[in-house]
Design a protein around this ligand. Structure first.
Ligand code: MD3
Ligand code: FE
Length: 215
């Protein structure tokens, strides 16, 4: 029997961060096991890999993709590619559960009819990080990027539209979703080095899904 006293420890919430950016804590918690199952299937078709930046650095975050195109990087630059350069095959189609959740989250943040082309899947182990950057390879400059955190918690770094703007820190936990669109689309952001830990869903890793409207 459920009583008044056994409250969900972290009920979903909706928290505006700035104009165009909304944090939805716990938004995908009920769907997290299904999302991880799909990540496992996607990674069987397109294994996680450490991409090399145009500057010649190997990224500490491992990546794969699903959708019509995937984000890749090598010595020649960054791009969205319909073909996985490792397997020479198309990326796996975006699972229905991904599309549904991304569209529901975007709608909750005020972006109707969200239909992303790509989902970049990032995998962090202890020490892995993502340096401060902007995502500006997408044609639609208003459509949001929807970010889904799964597994171990991370410290998200979030600055302004200029690299030198002050950086805020925010803890993102499994099930949290952040929607960044419109005026918040080009803010600098990154992830601090992951602390080690053990999560029932993902073991010693953090998985982040970022949905993108590329075309
Ligand atoms: C704010 N991923 O894949 S998600 C990325 O946790 C990326 O793996 C991080 O940055 C991660 O490019 C952060 C949150 C996020 C993603 C994209 C954004 C925030 C954003 C684009 C514009 C503004
Ligand atoms: Fe990014």
């Amino acid at each position: 029997m459920r009583t008044l006293f056994d409250q969900d420890p972290s009920p979903p919430s909706r928290e505006p961060l700035e104009d165009g950016a909304v944090l939805l804590r716990g938004f995908v918690t009920p769907d997290a096991p299904a999302l991880i199952e799909q990540v496992t299937l996607i990674a069987q078709q397109a294994p996680f890999r450490h991409l090399v930046t145009p500057g010649g650095h190997t990224m500490s975050v491992a990546m794969t993709n699903c959708g019509r195109v995937g984000w890749v990087s090598d010595r020649t630059g960054y791009r969205y590619d319909p073909v996985d350069p490792d397997t020479k095959r198309a990326w796996a189609a975006m699972p229905r559960v991904f599309l549904d959740l991304a569209a529901r989250a975007a709608a909750a943040a005020g972006f109707a009819d969200y239909d992303p082309d790509a989902c970049l899947i990032n995998r962090y182990v202890a020490g892995a990080k993502l340096s401060l950057h902007q995502d500006r390879d997408e044609k639609d400059a208003w459509a949001p990027i929807v970010s889904v955190s799964l597994g171990l918690p991370a410290t998200f770094l979030w600055g302004g539209k200029r690299r030198a703007d002050p950086v805020r820190r925010m803890r993102l936990e499994s099930g949290d979703v952040v929607v960044w669109g419109g005026p918040a689309r080009f803010v600098y952001h990154g992830v601090a080095p992951l602390k080690d830990g053990d999560h029932p869903l993902t073991g010693s890793t953090r998985i982040n899904l970022t949905f993108r409207k590329v075309f």
